[in-house]
Design a protein around this ligand. Structure first.
Ligand code: ADP
Length: 301
């Protein structure tokens, strides 16, 4: 259970010393509506000074002191946040919480928010901070009730305001910023397929970028579904060329500054994906000082 370590000024009075991330989020969504202006400071100069100082090793030490990891995945649409966050979640035994999935679940539920969300998501825009924090706090509360602790967040925070709110309620240990060549991002979104039954993510795109002008080539094999999913594949309605381009523009405008936010705090681990899962997964584990014994065994078999 995550103990609140820092609180936004607005929330300080009401948050008890042992409030959890979920209850604090729930409190914030009730008390900060409309959200008060930022209480934490963002100093771009400081950010520049700290550009090369990810505090990864310090982070891993802190985790060994007792609680489960609290990590965030950043990266453009199509980069593979879901794929790697879900693999790490299995490896570390912490929940993978993707706010995009929470939004899609809410959309599918035909609840009161559903039509409003549909319009926003199909235009590639961001859902309001209030709605997304409400969905996230409900998810964290439900997880806590089941005894979950720690998390790997995927798709949150996506704005500096969201990052400030998160910082106000809990400590984030590490932010993994996945990066992939731009040519591959659109192709990966357009090739994405989801199993309508199990929710598994697959990809039909075969990305083969030739080496050019001293830049190395890159190959990413398709990620085919297992036979039981093959006939149940669907495409996300926001994975059209026009909407993906809009999501990429919004990422640059709204989420790129979140990278600076965490960089300035020494929490950002930049990770350039060298290719598909077979090349990238072992390198990511190495960057994180982790080992996947099962993966090693299956590779050796
Ligand atoms: P992407 O592939 O673009 O990273 P996601 O699956 O993470 O997509 O999210 C799908 C959609 O859900 C987003 O385009 C946005 O409308 C909404 N969404 C998800 N997370 C957030 C967030 N943290 N803030 C605002 N909107 C969000």
């Amino acid at each position: 259970m995550a103990v609140v370590s820092r609180c936004s000024r607005a929330a300080t009075a009401a948050i008890t010393a042992n409030a959890t991330t979920a209850t604090t989020f729930a409190y914030l969504i009730r008390s900060l509506s409309p959200f008060s202006s930022s209480s934490s400071t963002f100093d771009p100069q400081n950010d520049l000074n700290n550009r090369n100082k990810p505090a990864v090793l310090g982070t891993l030490k802190r985790e060994s002191k007792g609680r489960n990891v609290q990590w965030v995945f950043l990266g453009c649409p199509g980069v593979g946040k879901g794929t790697y966050a879900s693999r790490l979640s299995n490896l570390l035994g912490v929940p993978h919480i993707a706010t995009g999935d929470l939004v899609r679940d809410e959309l599918a539920s035909s609840g009161p928010l559903s039509s409003q969300l549909k319009e926003i998501v199909t235009q590639g825009k961001l859902v309001s901070d209030e709605i997304i924090i409400d969905l996230l706090s409900k998810r964290l509360e439900a997880g806590e009730a089941k005894g979950e602790s720690g998390f790997i967040l995927d798709g949150f925070p996506r704005t500096v305001r969201q990052a400030e709110i998160l910082e106000g309620v809990t400590d984030i240990d590490l932010v993994i910023n996945l990066k992939l060549r731009e040519e591959a991002l659109l192709a990966k979104c357009l090739g994405r397929r989801i199993c309508s039954e199990c929710g598994g993510n697959y990809n039909v795109a075969c990305i083969n970028i030739k080496a050019e002008n001293g830049r190395p080539g890159m190959y990413m094999a398709p990620l085919p579904p297992p036979p039981q999913c093959a006939s149940k594949l669907i495409t996300r309605p926001d994975d059209t060329e026009e909407v993906v381009k809009q999501r990429l523009r919004i990422y640059q405008a709204m989420t790129r500054p979140v990278e600076d936010f965490y960089r300035s705090r020494g929490k950002l681990l930049e990770f350039d994906l060298p290719g598909g899962i077979p090349e990238s997964w072992p390198k990511l584990l190495c960057a994180l000082n982790l080992e996947d014994r099962e993966d090693k065994q299956s590779a050796a078999a």
